[in-house]
Write a protein that binds this ligand. Structure first.
Ligand SMILES: Nc1ncnc2c1ncn2[C@@H]1O[C@H](COP(=O)(O)OP(=O)(O)OP(=O)(O)O)[C@@H](O)[C@H]1O
Length: 356
């Protein structure tokens, strides 16, 4: 099922929560809505589900308008952050629920329901838990029951609102991998809301980055991470170092460091910011042209990567660098050492209103 959103607008009283949101989702895609708290992710998901009305715009499923359809008629599976299971029902009955409450004409036979529930419990690896009650399960297990329950009615679209938000880091990671696998096997068009960038980058085919009710960027995880379209996306996706300065004849002057901004010959009095990912901070032991001096403040090994915190005396800025363990051993640096750094890559967003 394809989903198309056209210019969706939504106010809550005076507050403009969604501003002309347009988005096309291909059949079988797994899309993440990623953004900070209050950016409008949940409101958009609820509007797609038919749980919330929109002010303007329209929604099409397989090119057919669904705005006038109720949530039930849209044939959507919904999974919330808090499992929302029926506590008085066993796992089996929770999963069977959506099928059992169908009108008689559409209801599968008892045997068909049983087969389906057994199949789904095997899928979520809870086949031995059918007789338990939700209170006898861990958080991760409950969320898997919630997913099995959402899938039981064979939805055309699966919507997940921070599905792993309430779980601890390790369980989240397992469930993420598992959601990816489930999606590969079932190919249900799925949209999930998260404010966790790692989760979005790890799981989604495409990421929609939202900020203050607008879409900032849409792209594959690699596209949005490697080529952020705005300073907001740079800041929001992963750690980043800021090189703040002024433009002089197309060069960003930042303390003792200058950087030629490709394609620009501008002067600007406005503060201009260069963005540098930690893995793009090069560290040298010897001084070279156009490097700046920095002091090593902390060294943290995280797996095969070494995170290094640095301080620049010229600008009084703190920086983070990431290097491989191998390179760290070659460099042989210690806390307190003086090193020389330069960005291997730096992205500058030139201010719009500049003076030449
Ligand atoms: N029913 C409502 N009435 C009034 N304001 C609302 C309502 N629902 C959401 N809002 C407001 O709309 C904005 C967007 O909320 P929404 O829940 O969509 O954001 P979100 O990106 O999902 O945030 P979070 O990650 O915190 O869940 C927020 O400022 C919120 O306060």
């Amino acid at each position: 099922m394809s989903i198309e959103l056209r210019e969706i607008d939504k106010h809550f009283g005076q507050y403009h929560a969604l501003q002309k949101i347009s988005l096309s989702i291909q059949p079988g895609e797994l899309v993440a809505l990623l953004g900070p708290s209050g950016s409008g992710k949940t409101s958009l998901l609820r509007i797609i589900a038919g749980l919330e009305t929109l002010d303007e715009g329209t929604i099409l499923f397989d090119q057919k308008e669904v705005v006038h359809l109720s949530a039930k008629e849209r044939n959507i599976g919904f999974v919330f952050q808090h499992y929302a299971l029926f506590n008085h029902m066993t796992v089996f009955d929770n999963v069977a629920y959506g099928l059992k409450v169908r009108p008689k004409k559409l209801r599968p036979s008892k045997k068909e329901i049983e087969d389906k529930v057994i199949e789904l419990l095997a899928l979520v690896k809870l086949e031995h838990f059918a007789k338990r009650y939700p209170s006898q399960l861990s958080g991760g297990q409950r969320q898997r029951v919630a997913l099995a329950r959402a899938l039981a009615v064979e939805p055309k679209v699966l919507l997940l609102d921070e599905p792993f938000g309430a779980l601890d880091a390790k369980v989240r990671k397992d469930l993420r991998r598992w959601l990816r696998k489930l999606h590969n096997d079932y190919h249900i068009t799925s949209i999930f809301v998260t404010h966790d960038q790692e989760e979005a980058l790890d799981v989604a085919d495409r990421i929609v980055i939202m900020n203050e009710g607008r879409i900032e960027q849409i792209g594959s995880p690699v596209e949005v991470y490697e080529n952020p379209a705005s300073p907001f996306v740079y800041d929001f996706l992963g750690n980043v170092n800021l090189f703040k300065g002024r433009l002089r004849k197309g060069e960003l002057i930042n303390g003792d460091f200058s950087f030629k901004v490709p394609g620009s010959n501008l002067d600007s009095e406005q503060e201009t910011v260069g963005y540098v990912r930690p893995h793009d901070v090069a560290i040298e032991k010897e001084v070279r042209p156009n490097t700046v001096k920095a002091t090593v403040l902390h060294i943290h090994p995280i797996g095969a990567t070494i995170h290094i915190e640095l301080h620049r005396p010229d600008t009084n800025d703190y920086l983070e660098a990431e290097i491989t363990k191998e390179f760290f051993n070659q460099l042989a640096i210690e806390k307190g050492d003086t090193v020389y750094i330069h960005p291997k890559q730096l992205k500058v967003f030139v201010p719009e209103d500049f003076s030449i």
